[in-house]
Design a protein around this ligand. Sequence first.
Ligand SMILES: *Cc1c(COP(=O)(O)O)cnc(C)c1O
Length: 398
Amino acid sequence: MSEIFTGSFTQQEPIPEQGIEAALAVLRHGRLHRYNVAEGEVSEAALLEQEFAAQMGAKYCLAVTSGGYALSTAMRAAGVKPGDTVLTNAFTLAPVPGAIASIGAKPAYVGVTEQLTIDLDDLVAKADQARVLLLSHMRGHICDMDRLMEICTAAGLTVIEDCAHTMGAAWNGVPSGRHGLVGCYSCQTYKHVNSGEGGLLVTDDEEVAARAVILSGSYMLYDRHLAAPGPEVFERVKYDTPNISGRMDNLRAAILRPQLRALEAQVARWNERYGVLEAGLRNTPGLTVIDRPKAETPVGSSFQFLLLDWPEEKVQAVLRRCAARGVELKWFGAAEPQGFTSRYDSWRYAPSAAMPQTDRVLAGIVDLRVPLTFSLEDCALIARIIRAEVGGVFQDPA
Ligand SMILES: *Cc1c(COP(=O)(O)O)cnc(C)c1O
């Protein structure tokens, strides 16, 4: 009898008790709006920003309603205007080109390598098309950030980092989100901390920080922030910066603060699970494991492997056979957008020339979530099932 996995790929851990207690306190006093504070009180949202700035070693932090809102706000604050072209990854998720489109700018895509990171040669070739690169550390794979920053500095490209999948990760010891002008994070349920919805951005640039605070809908209450620049900076930008409401509320902030304190321990747990999957899938004929660079401190909250140059029917057969045994895999090669996967050529509002090298990689990417509700034994079982089914289809001559 073949083994079957019965766990859920979308089940998160509960919110820590401390977060539940803090959330109840907010509900009981009723001051959910971040600027609604009692005499002498500091809001949960302001404390969250202060703590996350310190954790990331950043001067400034702003908490907002979503990761996508953080991206669009970062671009606006960095001066991206309607009609501008913004470079971004061809291998990413729909909210990234969506954030670019939301401010009237146009995404232009840079290819992906077999390491699942941005193709730096393609970036060099396209660097003169834009002033800003919205760099998506898609599925937690971090490119050579030292070389990327060299390329971008030389080309005058401002880097904004989408760290929806790299909160808690680092490159050469530098936290993900701290190489570019702004680092943006998502606190949505499927990311590394969970407030249902939510986002954070960090920067060391005082004018970008002040504009972001005003953009997020601070009215003129910016003095109630603890991780924002001084009033003189706001004086310089306040008449030219629109209010586009997207504030974080105190309920979500209360839930997030204890989760951020636990982030490092959670990262270690994710990486243990990733390691078990990786060990179980190495040397599977036909399957390519992604080798992670030494300089990278990853967060293994999801796992990818390649079925490179496989015909579509065989990839589909693997997905079907794994699904029948309870293992939910996603494929980035499907022609039609499905679930959370979609390809750059399905974002028809921002058409692109074909990228054959990228298409070859995308057509091979298979992806699975690794929620922390999985035990190490669950991960070993999942790897055994994938290994057996990939092997079965690979050897099948039909
Ligand atoms: C989830 C996600 C976002 C956006 O985050 P939301 O909080 O859902 O708006 C951006 N980029 C990537 C790669 C994501 O997975």
